[in-house]
Ligand binder design. Structure first.
Ligand code: DHE
Length: 497
């Protein structure tokens, strides 16, 4: 590939300006034909990330060529080598590292201009206006036609269904009482929905390309982490009005994208992991917060991470690392390494009690195995083989099983059920043969769980979590994540936070 790239660069040098322009146009045409649908016509991102020099800082050109040619694991990105051939792949990559004619910008004024309230949040009844248990509702994201369903978690019947912004990603987050749910879309929109009144409250666009959001556990603030521009935006959780924008600049003076932002309830703070600079930022939010970051220097970039239940420790890996690091949030430094060989997807990791030991288990996106770690020593206890690399993992304090999917490869129709004490796979289910089965979420009491079959002609499948028998099947177009109100607002064991 090096030879190919330098050959391409040499060709570029030998060309006249007119010829270079023609090649740019050709590359732009290739981009519009093959890439724009996911990465946006202006390269500012959509389903996929932005593809501009500003956001490609950590990706060297040869790696970019590899991604365009061969695809990227753990994403929707497929390889284009067979479609385009080496020269066009190199031409396309050169184009991606060329600045846009008009640099994309998003300012506070843009954010303020997009803010809309559909109802006055203070005027709506503050008790549920539906007959379902408000604590046992599921919020279901339907990726196929960008909708959300609110599902009764006892009857497994829809209570409401509404259009969302394009490409919601990451878990929606709830107000501490479970009444409101906040969504972030990849293209920067934040929406607030009132579950008691089954109505959308308002929306605002905070960036061109957003990562995720978090809601403070006093219910007052929303923090949104962005890729483009690399920034954090604070909103008033009541009406989504703009409070503050914090450009993300590392101590090294370089701008950075945000990997993700989380609420750490026992610390009354937001914790932010950064993608292009080796830092973790913390923002305490009680008592008139000024939202100035406390900077913690880390040993590596933070692409994927998780927390211990008390939020004292942050576990993190970078996509390129062979292992991970444990950052002590109290001491403000990296205190330990974690032996994780298979590109762990720590964000989906879960913990549980095994005998008198607490364990943390995580899928790996480059190898078909679940890594199980002892949470006091961070030693690897076991690697549980699976039928292929997985993405999500889930359990519930009342269930003896942990569930994980096979998200990648030929066996992605399979989901494994793991005994939390023996750490053995006790059952492998193939809910809809030939279709990708992934991501489960348990009901409030853990008696049932819902699994997604990620297909245009897919389904939500409800299982009895003890007998593992199927209880119900609801046809759905690409259902992705599901979020139980009670489990989420209690930051329950076994679910994502
Ligand atoms: Fe996700 C959560 C990062 C690709 C579906 N994903 C998250 C979170 C992060 C993350 C940091 C936690 C945010 C939160 O919940 O607040 N995801 C990444 C990536 O870096 C990656 C690999 C590349 C990217 O394109 O961003 C990636 N993710 C995907 C997908 O391709 C998935 C399968 C389809 C999609 O919707 O884009 C996908 N990610 C999800 C889902 C969650 C998620 C469903 C919420 C899981 C949960 O249970 O909470």
């Amino acid at each position: 590939r090096k030879v190919l790239l330098s050959g391409f660069a040499a060709t570029l040098l030998a060309l006249s300006i007119t010829q270079v322009r023609a090649m740019d146009e050709e590359a732009d045409a290739l981009y519009q034909e093959h890439c724009a649908v996911c990465h946006g016509e202006q390269r500012i991102g959509g389903l996929g990330p932005a593809l501009l020099p500003e956001s490609l800082g950590r990706l060297k050109k040869p790696q970019a060529i590899d991604v365009v040619a061969n695809g990227r694991p753990a994403s929707q990105m497929i390889g284009y080598q067979d479609v385009l051939g080496s020269d066009k792949v190199a031409q396309l990559v050169e184009y991606l590292y060329t600045p846009a004619d008009v640099a994309p910008t998003w300012t506070e004024a843009d954010t303020r201009a997009t803010h809309k309230l559909f109802v006055d949040p203070g005027q709506l009844p503050d008790t549920p206006q539906h007959g379902s248990d408000p604590m046992n509702l599921f919020v279901v994201v339907e990726a196929g036609d960008h909708h959300v369903t609110i599902l009764d978690g006892d009857e497994f019947e829809p209570v409401d269904r509404f259009q969302s912004h394009f490409a919601l990603h990451g878990g929606p987050k709830f107000s501490p009482d479970g009444r409101f749910v906040y969504f972030a879309s990849r293209d920067g929109w934040v929406s607030k929905y009132d579950i008691h009144n089954l109505t959308m409250v308002g929306e605002v666009r905070v960036a061109l390309n957003t990562r995720n959001l978090a809601v403070s556990n006093d219910g007052k603030w929303v923090m949104v982490g962005n890729y483009l521009p690399g920034s954090l935006v604070i909103l008033d959780a009541h009406d989504l009005s703009f409070v503050k924008e914090i450009p993300v600049i590392g101590q090294d003076g370089k701008p950075s994208r945000v990997s993700a932002v989380y609420t750490a309830p026992p610390r009354d703070s937001f914790v932010v992991a950064l993608k292009d600079t080796r830092e973790v930022w913390e923002f305490p939010y009680l008592d008139n917060p000024g939202f100035e970051p406390r900077r913690i220097l880390a040993d590596d970039f933070l692409d994927d991470f998780s927390f211990t239940p008390d939020y004292r420790y942050l576990l993190a890996t970078s996509r390129k690392a062979k292992g991970g690091q444990v950052v002590d949030m109290e001491l403000g430094k990296t205190v330990s390494e974690i032996p994780l060989p298979g590109m762990p997807h720590l964000g989906s990791g879960i913990y549980w009690q095994r005998g008198d030991q607490w364990v943390f288990a995580t899928p790996n996106i480059s190898q078909g195995l679940i890594s199980v770690l002892d949470m006091s020593s961070w030693q690897l206890i076991k690697e549980i083989p699976t039928e292929g690399p997985g993405f999500f993992m889930r359990s519930h304090a009342n269930s003896k099983y942990a569930w994980t999917d096979v998200f990648f490869g030929p066996n992605n129709e399979a989901v494994h059920v793991i005994d939390k004490q023996t750490l053995e796979v006790v059952r492998t289910l193939r809910p809809m043969p030939g279709k990708n089965a992934a991501h489960v979420e348990f009901s409030k009491d853990g008696s049932h769980l819902i699994l997604s079959v990620w297909d245009k002609e897919g389904a939500l499948i409800v299982y009895n979590s003890d007998t593992l028998e199927e209880v119900k099947r609801i046809p759905m177009n690409l259902p992705s994540g599901k979020y139980n109100v009670y489990n989420k607002i209690n930051f329950a064991e076994g679910t994502s936070h």
